[in-house]
Write a protein that binds this ligand. Sequence first.
Ligand SMILES: Nc1nc2c(ncn2[C@@H]2O[C@H](COP(=O)(O)OP(=O)(O)OP(=O)(O)O)[C@@H](O)[C@H]2O)c(=O)[nH]1
Ligand SMILES: [Mg+2]
Length: 201
Amino acid sequence: MYTLLSGLYKYMFQKDEYCVLILGLDNAGKTTFLEQTKTKFSKNYKGMNLSKITTTVGLNIGTIDVGKARLMFWDLGGQEELQSLWDKYYAESHGVIYVIDSTDEERLSESKEAFEKMISSEALEGVPLLVLANKQDVPNCLSVPDIKTAFSDCAPKIGKRDCLVQPCTALTGDGVNEGIEWMVKCVVRNIHRPPRQKDIT
Ligand SMILES: Nc1nc2c(ncn2[C@@H]2O[C@H](COP(=O)(O)OP(=O)(O)OP(=O)(O)O)[C@@H](O)[C@H]2O)c(=O)[nH]1
Ligand SMILES: [Mg+2]
């Protein structure tokens, strides 16, 4: 009886946990996106004042529940000297959100280089990639097609991974729900996929 009840309890309340990295250059809007995500998806979360967010030195952590999935976010600092820490988290992650500042055309190639280096890591093979074209509220910013064109030569390295380029304004929350719901769908589907041949020992 106990086993039956505890099984039922687990079925009803236990969440499957997924780790999602939030990466991108400094000033892209990663921490703002994380705060906006927590505000939108956590009922009792009193969001912090977004204008008080300062550059991340280390990492910010956030957790949200969407249906039976629990997403744990690791928002890492994007400054050049902190990018060398990103790969320490790759092996544990089920998904990556890569944030691009759509107002910063000057640093777009720098962002592409960091993205390319990140997706070249074997530890991230098969992991879904959500690319956010952030700051869409700013007039004359780069559009999703502009960013896709600039990143087009990354396509072979992305390979068969799930990948979505989503327009987003972290400051107002536009595009946040769409991005998170897509990520949840992908990580849940991925975990239920049969293991890849090379994972079978
Ligand atoms: N206009 C506009 N500004 C934004 C948006 N999202 C973030 N910002 C601003 O961009 C700046 C940097 O935001 P952060 O969230 O600190 O950026 P970050 O990517 O976490 O930066 P690091 O922690 O240094 O890696 C802040 O001034 C934000 O208010 C947006 O959607 N629109
Ligand atoms: Mg930050």
